[in-house]
Ligand binder design. Sequence first.
Ligand code: FAD
Length: 378
Amino acid sequence: MQIVVVGGGMVGAACALALARTGHQVTIIEAGDSPLESAPTEQWDIRISSVHRANLDWLEMLGVLACIPATKMCNYSSLAVQSIDGQRLEFNASDIALPTLGAMIENLTLQHALWRCLQTESNVTVQTQTTVESIHWAERQLRTVDGASMPFDLVIGADGAQSSVAKLAGIGQRGWDYDMRCLLANVTTEQEIPAATWEVFRQSGPYALLPLTTHQACLIDYAPQGHHPQTENDVKERLQRQFRSHIGDFHLQQWGHFPLRRQRALRYHAQGCAVLVGDAAHSIHPLAGQGVNLGFADAQALVQVLQSASDDTLERAFSEYSQMRVSANQRMMRAMDLIHFGFSSQQLLPRLAIAGGMKILEQVTPLKRKLIELATGY
Ligand SMILES: Cc1cc2nc3c(=O)[nH]c(=O)nc-3n(C[C@H](O)[C@H](O)[C@H](O)COP(=O)(O)OP(=O)(O)OC[C@H]3O[C@@H](n4cnc5c(N)ncnc54)[C@H](O)[C@@H]3O)c2cc1C
C-alpha cells in the first residue's frame, strides 16, 4: 500500500519504519526539520522517555537500539513508588526473571536513531518542514502546504496531540488540563545513583527520579499551575528541598516546565482510510511514563492488522486495530487518573484506599507480578 505518515516524532517514525519493513511504500510528512540535521549533543536533553521492556525488544528487532549510543540510554532494573506517609511498593526485574524492566532514552536520540534506520529503507520518502494543507478523502489525494500533491491508500495521523489528520478526518477530541505543570531537571550528583527509578506521591503531586548514568539523573517535580518555580535559584532551592535527602548534593545542569493535559480522540479511524496513533489518539498524564509506550503499542498493533489488509479490507483492519488499542489505552488513562486524583485528594477515604491497595499489592505476589508485567508491557 501507499501509506502517508503525518508526523515523524518517535511514534510516527517507528510506525513508518515497521511498515516499510513489511513492504509498504511510506511517505513521512514532518512539520519540523529532519532530526538528522543536527546530531544529539553530549549532554542529556531534559526530554527523556522511560521505554518499557517489551517496546525495547521491538526497537531492537527493528535495528533501532543498535543506533542508540550507550551514553544516551540507561537500563533500569528496579521501580519503586512510595506514598508520603511511607507506604512503599517496589518492583524488581528479578521478580519476573528479566534482566531489566526498561530503559531511559533521550527522546532526541531515539528519534535520531529511528530516522537513521528510515534513511536506509529504499521504500521510504521523507518531506520535512511541511504540513498537510488538505486531504481529498474520496479521491485519496493529499496536498501539502508547499503545493505537493500525493496519492495514498492510507493516511496515518502521528502528528501529536494537536493532530491535523484528526481534524481533517473529522475526528473529535475530548480532554482537559490537569491544571498542573511538570518540572524536569537534569542534575549531576556527587553520590552514585543506582539503576533504579522511583516516585514519591504527595498531595500536591508526585516527585520522581529517572537514572541517566551512575552520576546523572533527571529529577521530576509536579506542582499545581502557578506554584512552580520561575528562576534558576528557585528551581535549585525547590529541588534541593525535595531530593537532597534521597541523593545528596547535586549540580543543576538544565531544566524546563511542561503543562499536563489529558486528551483522547473520540475514534481512532475515519473516512475509510485515516487512522491515528500515539499522542494524536491519546495523550496521557506522564506520571507512569506510559505515553510513548502506548504509542509504540499502537504502531505494533497497526502494523499487525495491516499485514494482510488490502484496499477492500481496510475498514475491517481498522476495527480490529480499534478493538486492540482503544480499551487498552483508556484503561491506562483511567489508571493514571485514579493515581493522580487518589493521591491528590483532600479526602481521607481515597487516600486510605490507595495506601491499603499498596499494602495488599506488596504482599500478594501474583498481583504484584501482574503489575510488573503490565509495567514492562508483557
Ligand atoms: C513531561 C513529560 C514526560 C514524559 N515522559 C514519558 C516517559 O517517560 N515515557 C513515555 O512513554 N512517555 C512519556 N511522555 C509522553 C511522550 O513524550 C509522548 O507520548 C510522545 O512524545 C508522543 O509521541 P508522538 O510521536 O505520538 O507525538 P509527538 O512527540 O507530539 O510528535 C508529533 C510529531 O508530529 C509533527 N507534527 C505535528 N503537527 C504536524 C503537522 N500538522 N504536519 C506534519 N507534522 C506534524 C511534530 O513536529 C512531531 O515531530 C512524557 C510526556 C511529557 C509531557
